[in-house]
Structure formats: structure tokens, C-alpha cells
Design a protein around this ligand. Structure first.
Ligand code: SF4
Ligand code: SF4
Length: 345
């Protein structure tokens, strides 16, 4: 009986953190000989250019997919989408203890969604949830078994005896851990030219926004706000990140002005901006500040300040609130103040 193919991709951490490398290696080594799976290591997903061979590989994967990476689940999912890798959301049972309940991303109201979702499922697992490889292995095997409830080792053995191993079986047995060995040698600085040739091309660190289309309403506030030409629209007039490398490193300003909390910077230190479930703050008015109870800037002020800093670094003039801030936000503030007046504050 043929199994549904399931591909497991491990997106490696940036840098050479030995603890992270050990977890990646252990997962890859143990999964290499698991039946019903193919496993591949790629460089950090977020750093891939769209024509990187690993991005091309991801686009070519047929069937269901599990992607493990050092990012929040939403960060992985929408970075994959950005690279043209689409699928339905796979529910994972492996979640951080303090995480908010998962949203039904496919059915969340309000977002414009993705035009055509292929009939396959993608599970995204955050490698920061646990340091124990067994937690990931159990979850991956649970997913595999849920896809192939009748699979058992005898089926696989029979397909070999009958001389008809699947392409997935061949790949698993013919390419054991060549890539792992090459990567270890490269990390240790002892890689031969031949070993290096087995590794994907290098990736530099990158910084750009990723859009969560399950939330994005196509309001175009981000394109108005960003003065660096990062955003554009596609042939269906949907917002997209057109010039990702024009984004200013470390700047998350537009994520603060998006009214739908749909803009993710997967590497940002603030969890909500990096893709943790929850709100970024957007343009919701900070009442503590309004009442003089807090010293922090509100989200809009922060965004404007961050944008001004980048304009000045670019040798341009700061524009403050005068450009790209929708009238709606001023109206919201005025409405709130007049409501407070009515309440006799
Ligand atoms: S501001 Fe947010 S909701 Fe509006 S188009 Fe941009 S990403 Fe989408
Ligand atoms: S973070 Fe700044 S530079 Fe980057 S897209 Fe947003 S507004 Fe533009």
C-alpha cells in the first residue's frame, strides 16, 4: 500500500550555536531512517532569497510538509508563503506552555487569504519550544501516522521485495547522511571542496516584512506609510512585499501601523511583532498614556519615530506625522477625546 508522501524540512539556526546545531543534527539523524518521511536540512528559511536552491526545493515539494525552524509558527508559515510555498494549516499539538490558543488561520474572518491554496497541509514547528528532540520526533511521527493510519513496516518491506520501492524510499536509502557530514565539516572548518559542493549556497542575514494574508485586509496603509519602496501590489491589486531588501534593518515601523496586525518581522525581539499570536498594538490608542499614566510612546508615535530615524540615516528629511498617516487615525483620536468630554472626564 503506497503511503502519502510527507517531507520534513529543518530550517537551520543562524550562526553556529552548538546547542541548536546538536538539536538539528539529532532530529535529522533520527528521521533519516524513519519510514514514510524524507528529511532535508536547509539554511535559515528567512534568509533565503527567492531564487536560492533551498527556496526552489521547497516550492518543488509535492504533498504534505512539516517545517521546523527557529521562528514562531506564524513566522515560518508566512515566510513560506512569501517564498511561494502554500498549503492548508496543519494543527500541531506541540505548543509553548504559555502560548495563546491557536487561531483557525484558514478561517479567520477579515483577511484576504491566498488566492489558490493547493490541496495539501503544512505544519510549522517552532524549534524554541523544547530542547528535547523527542518532543519534535513524537509530534512528527504523530502527524505521519495520522496521514497513514494503516502504514506498518511490513508494507515497506514488501514493496522492496516486489522490486517497487517508491522514490521517497530510494532517496532515504541512497542518500543517508551525506549532507549532515558535509555541514559538520563546514562548521568545523575542515570541509573539502567536494563536501562544500553538497551544501546549499551561503545566505546572508536579511530583514524584511512578511504579510499574514489571513489577517491582511488589503487596506494599503503599509504602502502609504513606508517611504522606502518596500511594498507594491500584484496583478490582482493585492498588497505584497515587492522590494524586500529595501527594508531598513531593525526597523519594524509598518507593523505598528497595520490595523490588522498582519505584518510580521520574524526576527524582531517583540514577540507579537515576530509572529506570536496576539496584537502588535497597531494604532489602538494607548489609554494609559492618554490619562498620563504611562511614559511610553503609543504605537503610532513609535512607528513615526522609527521611520524618521531611517529617513535621517538615509540622508532625507524627517516627515513626522505629515506623510502616510491616514486621516482615520486622527479621527479616531478626536472621537475618543469627544467621547471622554461627554463622560465629563
Ligand atoms: S496595513 Fe496591514 S492590513 Fe493593510 S494592506 Fe498592509 S499588511 Fe494588509
Ligand atoms: S519596516 Fe520601515 S522600511 Fe521596512 S517596510 Fe516597514 S516602514 Fe518600510
Amino acid at each position: 500500500m503506497s503511503q502519502k508522501p510527507l517531507t520534513v524540512v529543518i530550517s537551520q539556526a543562524q550562526g553556529r550555536n552548538p546547542v541548536k546545531r546538536a538539536l538539528e543534527d539529532q532530529l535529522a539523524s533520527e528521521l533519516l531512517n524513519d519510514q514514510g518521511l524524507t528529511v532535508t536540512l536547509i539554511p535559515h528559511l528567512y534568509d533565503l532569497s527567492q531564487n536560492h536552491s533551498a527556496a526552489q526545493f521547497l516550492r518543488e515539494v509535492q504533498g504534505d510538509l512539516i517545517v521546523l525552524g527557529w521562528l514562531y509558527e506564524r513566522g515560518i508559515r508566512w515566510t513560506l508563503d512569501r517564498d511561494g510555498v502554500h498549503g492548508h494549516v496543519g494543527e500541531t499539538e506541540l505548543r509553548a506552555e504559555d502560548s495563546e490558543p491557536p487561531e483557525d488561520v484558514d478561517e479567520r474572518a477579515g483577511g484576504i487569504g491566498i488566492p489558490e491554496t493547493p490541496d495539501r497541509t503544512i505544519w510549522c514547528l517552532d524549534l524554541r519550544i523544547s530542547e528535547d528532540a523527542q518532543d519534535y520526533l513524537e509530534e512528527i511521527r504523530r502527524i505521519r501516522d495520522s496521514l497513514n493510519p494503516l502504514s506498518n513496516p511490513v508494507d515497506e518491506l514488501m514493496s522492496w521485495i516486489n522490486g517497487s520501492p517508491s522514490a521517497e524510499q530510494l532517496q532515504r536509502y541512497l542518500h543517508p547522511d551525506q549532507m549532515l557530514e558535509a555541514r559538520r565539516a563546514s562548521d568545523g572548518g575542515t570541509a573539502t571542496q567536494e563536501q562544500r559542493a553538497q551544501l546549499p549556497e551561503d545566505t546572508g542575514r536579511r530583514w524584511y516584512p512578511v504579510i499574514d494574508y489571513s489577517r491582511c485586509t488589503n487596506c494599503m496603509e503599509c504602502i502609504d506609510f513606508c517611504l522606502f519602496g518596500v511594498y507594491g501590489v500584484d496583478s490582482l491589486d493585492r498588497i505584497l512585499v515587492e522590494q524586500q531588501d529595501s527594508c531598513k534593518k531593525g526597523c519594524p515601523a509598518c507593523s505598528r501601523v497595520c490595523p490588522a496586525d498582519a505584518i510580521i518581522f520574524p526576527q524582531h525581539k517583540e514577540a507579537a511583532i515576530a509572529g506570536a499570536d496576539g496584537e502588535v498594538g497597531g494604532l489602538r490608542i494607548d489609554l494609559t498614556k492618554l490619562f498620563g499614566g504611562g511614559d511610553d510612546e503609543d504605537a503610532l508615535e513609535k512607528a513615526v519615530r522609527e521611520r524618521d530615524q531611517e529617513l535621517i540615516l538615509d540622508g532625507r528629511e524627517a516627515v513626522g506625522m505629515s506623510v502616510g498617516i491616514r486621516r482615520r487615525h486622527h479621527d479616531e483620536m478626536e472621537d475618543l477625546l469627544s467621547n471622554l468630554d461627554e463622560l465629563d472626564f
